[in-house]
Design a protein around this ligand. Structure first.
Ligand SMILES: [Zn+2]
Ligand SMILES: [Zn+2]
Length: 261
């Protein structure tokens, strides 16, 4: 009998902005692997010492904000580089605008105290490439956002989850889900209420109505659907609207866990 693989994703940060206890996009895939860096330190504390791999979807601040603090806190303890994966444009933006000695030290040129490794190792990845890390396979796929943005298919054994990160309508993404029955769940986003369609369209985010339209492209029924990235300034109205317009969709909050069989 084939062994069933199982994995659990923990949502460390679920929101499209920071407010009181609400953190921005950050998913924990395993003890050592994260997708996006919006809320690492407050969610993980000392557990952040175990993180060796961070897959970045895009360079917007709410997705990278804790990279500097993760490297700063873990620097004196680490004995291997922190691997940061992303599209070339994403990594270039982090290197040029943040980890550049002006905003924060350029840790990719500073050696760790406990080994000869540099503190940070940037790894460029491409759409469709399969990246194996600690028993997981990561496949970047293109999302439809204002800057180059990767979603990720994350596979372990016979199960996979697709995380779109920030995106507007993207029919090709749903085609991918239709074609690949190993994808058991999709985490996508809704940022603004439908009456704010103009700002959603120009910033390439979903409203409940645009996601409803986009979901016409999904032809499978056995896929669990989740949304995150709700803007804290519109939280209550968004929750109400999502319940009405997208009743099959579950809204994620910080600390939620998704288990895949
Ligand atoms: Zn974004
Ligand atoms: Zn975002």
């Amino acid at each position: 009998m084939p062994r069933k693989s199982k994995f659990q994703i923990k949502i460390l940060g679920a929101y499209g902005g920071r407010f009181k206890d609400l953190g921005t996009t950050c998913l924990q895939i395993s003890e050592t692997i994260l997708v996006d860096a919006g809320n690492i330190m407050r969610a993980l504390g000392e557990e952040s010492l175990k993180i060796n791999h961070v897959f970045i979807t895009h360079a917007h601040l709410d997705h990278i904000v804790d990279i500097p603090f993760l490297v700063d806190y873990t620097f004196r303890y680490r004995d291997q580089a922190l691997n940061i994966y992303g599209h070339r444009e994403t990594l270039d933006a982090i290197k040029s605008y943040v980890m550049n000695w002006n905003i924060w030290p350029e840790f990719s040129s500073i050696r760790l105290l406990n080994s000869g490794d540099y503190a940070v190792n940037y790894i460029e990845i491409e759409e469709g490439q399969e990246i194996q890390v600690d028993g997981f396979t990561f496949i970047p796929i293109e999302s439809n956002h204002t800057v180059k943005t990767f979603g990720y298919i994350i596979k372990k054994g016979s199960s996979a989850i697709l995380f779109t990160s920030d995106t507007f309508k993207n029919p090709s993404l749903w085609e991918r889900v239709n074609e690949d029955s190993s994808i058991k769940a999709v985490i996508t986003e809704v940022s603004f209420p439908s009456y704010m369609f103009n700002v959603a369209e120009v910033s390439k985010h979903h409203t409940p109505r645009t996601l409803r339209e986009d979901l016409k492209n999904l032809k499978r029924e056995n896929v669990d659907l989740y949304v995150m990235h709700l803007k804290p300034s519109a939280l209550q109205e968004l929750k109400k609207e999502i319940k009405e317009i997208l009743p099959e969709v579950e809204i994620l909050s910080d600390g939620d866990k998704i288990e895949l069989q």
